[in-house]
Write a protein that binds this ligand. Structure first.
Ligand code: SF4
Length: 398
């Protein structure tokens, strides 16, 4: 790892933000992973180390290939449910939450929610449109939130994919607001055929560094939703090039490069199948991961049935085993038909607000990140250690 990446974080983040990175994110995050591993080893009741919470299905955009289906009225988790989820997770020593939407900044009480849980750490996935200087300053005072702004391509590709001409510029303005406020600032990139050349490049990393960004999180695009673009998914060779790029650039880039697709040895992993994270949808559906919109049960009004769904209902346990038996990669890409069969056989509830089962039936088989013949081990020892003992997926979908 280039030490400049760490120096830039230390110089660029405000004191409250740095303190929360060290205590909430690093220290308590490591504790969450240890506690999760101990539960697995001792056969204690299952609870993931991290939860992804999609708190609302409202959004200002209608991006191609998005799996979130807006509804009227919007679906959203109540404050009571959110507080209850966090408290139950804290009892299991889990303090890290991915906050997704729709667009989570459209959730009215979001900042109060963050303020109510100062011991937790929240990774806020946002399109950046509502991330103003004022909001960024408030988040910086709280310290326990890292905004991760999705950028799906430069100007032209962002407009094509997300349906609005100004969306790239709005994301850049959000980065500026976040960086100026002293927040730990990230960028998420879902890599497609269309944006590959511009986002998997040192020029792009340099651009982000010049803008003050501290980390980039690379995802592999998964066609999903009512209007998937399977023709835009990466081919096997591109996935390999992406992996090689990540591994190489980690040694020299002046920002952190994150992925949740490969472990410290370069083997593919599916965070959902390991059980390290699961997802709660805006409707309260308890799901395997964000793009897999099926469940066997949903949260009640007080969310006090979470443990029952996670621990006593066998759907998620069987799904983890079913997937782990088939692939280390992403079953959504590699074997959608088998997944559809599983959902049918187990009478899974479609929690997509569309017809996710028909979508799975019609999905194209595509290469995923599991390539046993082309394993590319991590070169940077610091990333190796971090992946082995620490974040290894950090709750996100891979
Ligand atoms: S690898 Fe695929 S199935 Fe596994 S958590 Fe990620 S998106 Fe879900």
């Amino acid at each position: 790892m280039n030490p400049v990446a760490l120096y830039r974080i230390a110089r660029g983040c405000s004191w409250p933000v740095l303190r929360r990175i060290v205590v909430n994110f690093a220290w308590r995050g490591a504790g969450a992973v240890r506690a999760f591993e101990k539960r697995l080893q001792t056969g204690a009741p299952f609870f993931p180390a991290f939860l992804m919470l999609s708190i609302t299905n409202q959004c200002q955009l209608r991006c191609r290939g998005c799996w979130v289906q807006p509804t009227t009225p919007p679906q959203q988790l109540s404050r009571q449910q959110l507080d209850a989820l966090v408290e139950q997770a804290n009892q299991q020593r889990s303090y890290f939450f991915g906050i997704l939407g729709g667009e989570p900044l459209l959730y009215q009480d979001l900042l109060n929610f963050f303020a109510t849980h100062p011991k937790c750490y929240f990774q806020l996935y946002t399109n950046g449109i509502a991330l103003t200087h004022e909001t960024a300053a408030k988040l910086a005072r709280l310290g326990n939130v890292t905004p991760i702004i999705s950028i799906e391509g430069l100007q032209e590709e962002s407009a094509r994919r997300r349906g609005r001409e100004d969306v790239f510029q709005r994301a850049i303005s959000a980065l500026e607001a976040s960086v100026q406020a002293g927040l730990f600032t990230g960028v998420a990139a879902s890599i497609t055929k269309q944006n590959f050349a511009e986002l998997v490049s040192t020029d792009y990393l340099d651009l982000l560094v010049r803008r003050g960004v501290h980390y980039i999180w690379y995802y592999i695009y998964r066609p999903a939703g009512a209007h998937p673009e399977p023709e835009n998914a990466l081919d096997r060779e591109q996935i390999k090039i992406l992996r090689q790029f990540i591994v190489d650039q980690r040694r020299s880039a002046k920002l952190l490069i994150i992925d949740a697709s490969w472990d410290h040895q370069g083997n593919a992993l599916c965070p959902g199948a390991t059980g390290i994270s699961h997802h709660i949808a805006p409707s309260g559906a308890v799901e395997f991961c964000p793009p897999m919109q099926f469940c066997s049960g949903s949260l009640n009004a007080t969310a006090d049935n979470l443990k029952t769904i996670l621990q006593e209902d066998d759907f998620l346990r069987q799904l983890r085993t079913f997937i782990a038996d088939r692939t280390r990669g992403c079953i959504l890409l590699e074997d959608p038909a088998a997944l559809a069969d599983f959902m049918r056989q187990h009478g899974a509830i479609d929690s997509s607000n569309r017809d996710a089962l028909t979508e799975l039936d019609q999905a194209t088989v595509l290469p995923g990140h599991n390539d046993p013949d082309g394993i590319i081990p991590e070169k940077s020892w610091l990333y190796r250690l971090a992946k082995k003992y620490y974040f290894c997926g950090f709750g996100a979908y891979g």
